[in-house]
Ligand binder design. Structure first.
Ligand code: NAD
Length: 346
């Protein structure tokens, strides 16, 4: 099929297959490093964005969410689900797709798979935050939860923060084996561990990325030493947390968008006015990130629409001039705009 990228009625669509081709061409590590820079640039122009907590539809087994935002020129949204029980049924816990549109006409300009892209953008954001908050010279990360997101997290920290050793732990040993195998050629020293405590030995960064629809306690007080950076990914939905309150209280907490994190993040366990630091202010240099060697910093990650907006724009820029997309005939656009019905005649 002829690719009609410039014609307004045809919308470039990046399939899973084409996303794989794009990521392989760029390289996953470079992709995440470049995307981290795009996210940082967008966080630095925070006020421009139309911000709202995502719209969530909860059920007993999971959540389906829409994540919209706009910078005034371009509008984007992601559809994403979170179903921890899916993995036991041979399905992904998290799947996603997303769309970008022009604000001036409302016409879509990109539709793309975002399951792989969410793995890349979540890890790019984690690495970016780690660049601001992880202790200087950090070279070892504990990776607790070795599911779909885990390799992305390890590679982003290697590329963006210089992590050289990852220590893997998961309650499911086969998940740890899978992660270790996938990272075996990545130039990182990978150690598999049989307890969470073992995974934290010598680690300056602790990433928790587990999936369980309950208030789990992956990290408790006596497990966490002073001076570490906690990258808490899996507590991202009401009733779904990973970090014990005593660990949070020992930490300085950094968040994406407080109105969303207070409902969805690990800080949902604390009062509504619990003090947090906003990452856009750290990235702009308005407030400090890490201030001392002994400080425990915690990124209470839930994933915010602006990160997806950055990822969508990054992909749009990268597919220009390539054949990594199909042209979707998804807009009815008659020559005479008032004659929509005429399209059904002849
Ligand atoms: P996944 O189901 O593929 O992997 C989760 C892993 O956690 C599994 O291997 C499971 O065995 C392990 N696990 C569960 N309980 C554990 C425990 N107590 N100790 C150790 N390991 C445990 O899920 P995924 O796609 O990798 O996502 C992981 C989590 O990250 C999910 O909760 C998801 O909702 C969340 N997530 C957050 C963001 C964000 O932006 N913050 C983005 C994507 C996913």
């Amino acid at each position: 099929m002829e690719l009609k990228f410039s014609e307004q009625a045809y919308v470039p669509f990046v399939s899973v297959e084409n996303m794989i081709r794009l990521v392989k061409k760029i390289g996953a590590r470079r992709f995440m490093a470049e995307l981290a820079d795009v996210i940082e640039a967008d966080f630095k122009r925070w006020e421009l964005f139309d911000k709202t907590p995502r719209v969530a539809s909860h059920s007993d087994v999971g959540v389906i969410e829409l994540m919209p935002t706009s910078d005034g020129e371009t509008y984007g949204f992601k559809y994403v689900n979170g179903h921890p029980k899916n993995a036991n049924e041979g399905l992904q816990t998290v799947t996603a797709f997303g769309l970008l549109a022009r604000v001036d006409t409302g016409y879509p300009i990109l539709l793309t798979e975002m399951t792989l892209l969410t793995g890349l953008r979540t890890a790019a954001m984690s690495g970016l935050v780690g660049r601001h908050l992880a202790p200087k010279g950090a070279d070892t990360m504990a990776m607790i939860g070795n599911g779909a997101q885990s390799e992305f997290q390890c590679l982003a920290f290697a590329e963006i923060c210089g992590i050289k050793n990852v220590r893997l732990y998961d309650i499911a040993p086969e998940a740890t084996r899978k992660c270790a195998k996938n990272l075996s050629q990545a130039g990182i020293n990978v150690v598999t561990c049989t307890t969470p405590e073992e995974s934290m030995e010598g680690a300056q960064v602790i990433t928790t990325c587990t999936a369980d629809k309950r208030n789990a306690t992956i990290l408790t007080g006596n497990m966490v030493g002073d001076g570490v950076h906690i990258n808490a990914i899996g507590g991202d939905c009401p009733g779904k947390t990973e970090i014990a309150v005593d660990v949070i209280k020992r930490s300085d907490v950094f968040v994406e968008f407080p109105p969303q994190t207070r409902v969805e993040g690990d800080i949902q366990q604390l009062p509504e006015d619990y003090p947090v630091n906003e990452l856009w202010q750290v990235m702009r240099g308005d407030i400090p990130g890490r201030t001392s060697d002994g400080q425990i910093t915690m990124f209470d990650s839930v994933g915010f629409a602006v990160e997806d907006f950055s990822a969508l724009n990054y992909v749009l820029a990268k597919i220009k001039g390539t054949d990594f997309f199909d042209s979707l005939d998804m807009l009815a656009d008659p020559t005479d705009p008032r004659n929509l019905y005429g399209m059904l005649l002849d």
